[in-house]
Design a protein around this ligand. Structure first.
Ligand SMILES: NC(=O)c1ccc[n+]([C@@H]2O[C@H](COP(=O)([O-])OP(=O)(O)OC[C@H]3O[C@@H](n4cnc5c(N)ncnc54)[C@H](OP(=O)(O)O)[C@@H]3O)[C@@H](O)[C@H]2O)c1
Length: 336
């Protein structure tokens, strides 16, 4: 049986994403499962993989992007127990999820409740786990605390706001004007980074307990200065650098570590979903399962601006890199 996937033969712009047909389904080996993909998230991280600039990523073309997927188990390899054909599962794949069928190690899969929408479920895997772990594992935020969220109208930003609202946090979010209505709807106070000085705004309110920053460069420094005594900066990306707007990843990484060591009454750390999953694989499963619970109970509803087809992956990447997405895009790949 043939199936479709999005493949790149060289790193580059969105145009390198080609839809190709494979003529034989992949066969699961020992301990593996074949998954029929229902939904894959299209994210800024995927655009970095596509460009060959994703920090620490060692794979080379040909490859398919696709950092996260939700699908149904289609075939079990030898030695796989405790999973049945037809069950809905999720995984953080890092690459490879822009495809109708893929192989995964059975051990890495997380069960998805039957009644949740696959597009909403796949939104949990990368951006919501990132937000959840930064809030609960890195900072351990408490009800009523103040937080500053950069890129608050994007995939991780909206997840931070939605999860922060459940904790009754006082939330401030930087974004361009077009995303301010969404930020307000999610319970945040928007700050236009093009015309307002977020550091001055945060100093006016006495500083924040935590700042979440994936913009990088000068922004890290200013976020750190926005903290009140005892506050924490969580740096988790280099958005500007990825778009060629300057920055030096190793130096910025070391600066964050240095600020944490200096006796200034404030903390700073770097979060990486992949590094934390390698160190604490059980946390990833627990946290994703907790998020699926919140989704199934109707306590969260991810902002999905567009559901696009697998064939539209290149267009999805253009929209993401142009910051033209409120919330997130999900690629709808198959049906149950
Ligand atoms: N460490 C990890 O484990 C991890 C996990 C997931 C993602 N990330 C990283 O987190 C970053 C965001 O990912 P995402 O998926 O949320 O991306 P996204 O959906 O594209 O959101 C990024 C948002 O930032 C806004 N933005 C751009 N410049 C800004 C500035 N100077 N100040 C404030 N906001 C600005 C953009 O819209 P406007 O300009 O219109 O406001 C956009 O909405 C990326 O760098 C990604 O690589 C890291």
């Amino acid at each position: 049986m043939s199936y479709k996937k999005v493949l790149l033969n060289e790193f580059g712009g969105p145009e390198v994403l080609q839809v190709i047909e494979e003529f034989n389904l992949p066969e699961p080996g020992v301990g593996e499962v074949r998954v029929k993909v229902l939904a894959a998230s299209a994210t800024f991280s995927d655009t970095m993989v596509r460009k060959g600039i994703y920090y620490g990523f060692k794979e080379t073309p040909p490859l398919s992007p696709g950092y996260a997927m939700v699908g149904v188990v289609d075939k079990l390899g030898a030695g796989v127990n405790g999973i049945e054909v037809g069950q809905m599962v999720a995984d953080l794949t890092v690459f490879g999820a822009y495809t109708e069928y893929m192989l995964r190690s059975a051990d890495s899969l997380v069960f998805v409740p039957d009644d949740v929408d696959p597009a909403e479920a796949v939104s949990m895997v990368l951006s919501y786990v990132t937000a959840y772990q930064m809030l609960h594992r890195c900072v351990k935020v408490q009800s009523g605390q103040k937080i500053l969220v950069h890129g608050a109208g994007g995939a991780v930003g909206t997840a931070l706001l939605e999860l922060g609202a459940l904790l009754n946090l006082e939330m401030y979010g930087t974004a361009s004007k077009a995303k301010h209505e969404l930020i307000k709807r999610l319970g945040g106070t928007p700050i236009d980074y093009n015309s307002e000085d977020f550091l001055a705004d945060m100093q006016t309110i006495g500083g924040v307990d935590a700042a979440f920053d994936a913009i990088g460069g000068e922004n890290f420094k200013r976020s750190f200065k926005s903290l009140k005594k005892g506050g924490t900066l969580v740096a988790y990306g280099f958005y500007n650098q990825a778009l060629g707007k300057g920055g030096n990843v190793p130096i910025e990484y070391m600066s964050v570590a240095l600020w944490n060591m200096l006796p200034n009454g404030r903390g700073a750390s770097f979060y990486s979903i992949g590094a934390l999953r390698d160190k604490q694989p059980q946390w990833f499963k627990e946290d994703l399962t907790a998020l699926f619970g919140l989704l199934a109970d109707g306590k969260i509803k991810p902002s999905i601006e567009q559901r696009m087809k697998l064939e539209e992956a290149a267009r999805a990447h253009e929209l993401i890199e142009g910051a033209m997405v409120k919330g997130r895009i999900v690629l709808i790949v198959g049906e149950k």
